[in-house]
Design a protein around this ligand. Structure first.
Ligand SMILES: [Fe+2]
Ligand SMILES: [Fe+2]
Length: 166
């Protein structure tokens, strides 16, 4: 069993992960519109990954005999200034998500909820990965500038990403 407080916080996190999916899907749509097809694919996969994160929490609540509560998902921004703008907003967002996951861990530790602690450990590592990914994209865009011929090559590379469940 998980406490009401833990359950409430995980339900909030399902919503945050769904919003992440929405945010990356909106970046994907913006990229498609601008013909950055590779980045569009990359962000679409990222959106799928976020859905999978939401589902991990969703399944976990049921595993613990708890109740899932689905909340309204905010609309993400639809317009971005550039690829760099997307990448910077991605990093900013992932830092917020890291803080949320850390907050969940704080509750689990305080409540000596070892099962939730173990489940959250996966997410702690995942957030290290997510921030690193966003930083790498920013780094590449800084290197080549976010317009011009080199973008064509980077876009191609980004388009190779495929969704893998982990
Ligand atoms: Fe996530
Ligand atoms: Fe990830």
């Amino acid at each position: 069993m998980i406490s009401d407080k833990m359950q409430e916080a995980i339900n909030q996190q399902i919503n945050a992960e769904m919003f992440s999916a929405y945010l990356y899907l909106s970046m994907s749509a913006w990229c498609s519109d601008k013909r950055y097809d590779g980045f569009a694919q990359w962000f679409k996969v990222q959106a799928q990954e976020e859905m999978a994160h939401a589902m991990k929490f969703y399944d976990y609540i049921f595993e613990q005999g708890g109740q899932v509560k689905l909340l309204a998902i905010d609309a993400p921004k639809a317009k971005y200034a550039s690829l760099m703008d997307c990448a910077k907003k991605q990093l900013e967002h992932e830092k917020k998500v890291t803080a949320l996951i850390n907050g969940l861990m704080d509750i689990a530790k305080k409540e000596k909820d070892y099962a939730t602690d173990i489940t959250l450990q996966w997410f702690i590592s995942e957030q290290v990965e997510e921030e690193k990914n966003a930083e790498e994209i920013i780094g590449k865009l800084e290197m080549i500038g976010d317009t011009g011929r080199a973008i064509y090559m980077l876009d191609k590379e980004m388009g190779k990403r495929k969704f893998e469940e982990d």
